[in-house]
Design a binder for this molecule. Structure first.
Ligand SMILES: Nc1ncnc2c1ncn2[C@@H]1O[C@H](COP(=O)(O)OP(=O)(O)OP(=O)(O)O)[C@@H](O)[C@H]1O
Length: 490
């Protein structure tokens, strides 16, 4: 994929440097963020002399080390850039074009990150420079849980369970929010290097977007943007981005689309073990022919909500459309992923409560005997009277159930079809005394949550009763199993 065609040298000679200076960042009058100018000796000792033990990884611009500063209070990652060389001699030529029209990638990263900040990004904390050769050191937040690349592809030796679909979609949403944040800045920031190895996990396993070495901050018509030759990582690079003037936020959307396919399928953006090696060439025909489920990792269970699966697959296909204008904005991407996530999460939720659901199914409109229940019920008094509050789950259909009381009376009970949710029980007038009800109630829990409460008769007309669940936070231990066991089929 040879998309890189611009001559970096000529671009450098014509660009506007925006008067970038690291001095301005440490100037107290600069109120953007508190960016520290670290002393090299401090960074050197905090990384134990940039030792192997503190080594975190190596990128195309240098090595990254863990550093412990401020007497152990502050743990950071320090990027020590390689000595600056001209782009033509850079050894990253095949993987990435060295094309920053202003300064080095390190300077660019410092400049860009000093102006954007978000909990979805690997934020800049400060910088330093090596007095021996002037190399820049970038100090960013430390991400202790590795990269998305590691999580998806591992190192081949670990026996980790593959990530579930809900988790994958959550990660996708977090990255989408990061990109959306960048595009919403004024002027916007185009990251230009969205890929799984640039998504890192913080201490709470939230995904953060990092590595702003190639990021461009400015409007597409700005001189800086117009003068910066195309760059990115092969496999993720927008095929429409052939010249500086082609750049737009939609190039990031393309890279994000490739990342989505990688997240869903577990395949590398380019994987020579597969044919075709490119994830987009493999997935696009499947999505086009409506085989949406085929693009998901075969090692994970996809949602049985097929509309969510379709939404995700179609979204990825839209992001990687060959015409940039047809790709969605990141705001829409976030929305769509969030909608799919809700469907998947409720599906996961429902299946984890399958045990309760099965019970509800058994209890569908069959005749059910509830023999000793009356005894039990007689001993339990309604605890909260008319002040009770029903927590309703919207859209839950009620199914009338028939129960046999003591083998003699048949009573009708409204119960929701929705899983194990007594909260969903059909409600009605609660003044049981006036309605000639039996005055029975029973403790129970069938809620999705661990909350407990009381089942209380609320309507005793027509030879049947209506029960409702009254939430009772004081009752911790549940008698749901008893309740359910007592409802046996006849
Ligand atoms: N903030 C951080 N916290 C913890 N580890 C980090 C951090 N930043 C980078 N790393 C580790 O260092 C490695 C190199 O990071 P770097 O951003 O320099 O390069 P890269 O993104 O892997 O590759 P490239 O520079 O080619 O895009 C990463 O793969 C990651 O393992």
């Amino acid at each position: 994929m040879g998309y890189l065609s611009c001559n970096a040298e000529s671009a450098v000679s014509t660009c506007d440097s925006y008067n970038f200076s690291t001095k301005s960042l440490s100037n107290p009058s600069n109120k953007l963020f508190k960016i520290r100018n670290f002393c090299f000796a401090d960074l050197e000792s905090a990384t134990k002399g940039f030792s192997h033990t503190n080594f975190l990884g190596k990128g195309s611009h240098g090595s990254v080390y863990k550093a412990v500063l401020d007497g152990g209070v502050l743990i950071v990652a320090v990027k020590r850039t390689t000595a600056h060389r001209s782009p033509e001699r850079s050894n990253g030529g095949l993987q990435r074009a060295m094309s920053i029209a202003i300064g080095t990638p390190a300077e660019n990263e410092i400049e860009t990150l000093s102006r954007v900040r978000s909990p979805r990004l690997v934020n800049l904390l400060g910088f330093g420079s090596d007095p021996a050769d002037g190399r820049k050191l970038i100090v960013v937040e430390y991400m202790p849980n590795g990269s998305l690349y590691d999580l998806l592809h591992g190192n081949g030796n670990d026996n980790r369970r593959p990530l579930g679909l809900a988790r994958r979609v959550k990660i996708a949403i977090q990255v989408a929010k990061a990109v959306h944040h960048l595009h919403s800045c004024n002027p916007p920031v185009i990251h230009r290097d969205i890929k799984s190895s640039n998504v890192l996990f913080d201490g709470k396993w939230n995904a953060r977007l990092g590595d702003f070495g190639l990021a461009l901050r400015g409007h597409v018509e700005d001189v800086k943007v117009q003068c910066t030759p195309p760059a990115g990582t092969l496999g993720y690079l927008d095929p429409c981005y052939l010249a500086p003037s082609d750049l737009s936020a939609k190039s990031d959307v393309f890279s994000f689309g490739i990342l989505l396919l990688e997240i869903f399928s577990g395949r590398n953006a380019i994987d020579l073990k597969h044919s075709p090696p490119s994830v987009i060439d493999w997935a696009a025909p499947l999505i086009r022919s409506g085989e949406y489920g085929e693009i998901f990792d075969p090692n994970i269970e996809t949602s049985s909500d097929q509309s969510a699966v379709r939404m995700l697959a179609v979204l990825a296909a839209r992001c990687v459309k060959s015409t940039a204008k047809k790709r969605p904005e990141m705001a829409e991407v976030v929305q769509c992923l969030t909608a799919a996530s809700k469907r998947i999460t409720s599906e996961v939720w429902n299946s984890s409560f399958g045990r309760v659901r099965r019970r509800v199914r058994v209890a569908s409109p069959a005749l059910i005997q509830y023999e000793p229940l009356v005894e039990k019920i007689d001993t339990v008094k309604a605890s909260r009277g008319s002040s009770r509050r029903m927590r309703k789950v919207s859209g839950a259909a009620s199914v009338p159930l028939k129960y046999k009381s003591n083998g003699t009376d048949v009573i009708n009970v409204g119960r929701s079809k929705s899983i194990g949710s007594v909260d969903d029980i059909e409600s009605g007038p609660s003044d049981q005394g006036k309605r000639g009800g039996t005055g029975l109630s029973v403790k129970g829990m069938m809620s999705r949550s661990k909350s407990t409460g009381e089942l209380r008769e609320i309507d005793g007309r027509n030879g049947g009763i209506m029960l409702e669940m009254i939430r009772n936070p004081n009752v911790r231990e549940l008698e749901s199993s008893k309740l359910l066991v007592k409802f046996s089929l006849v």
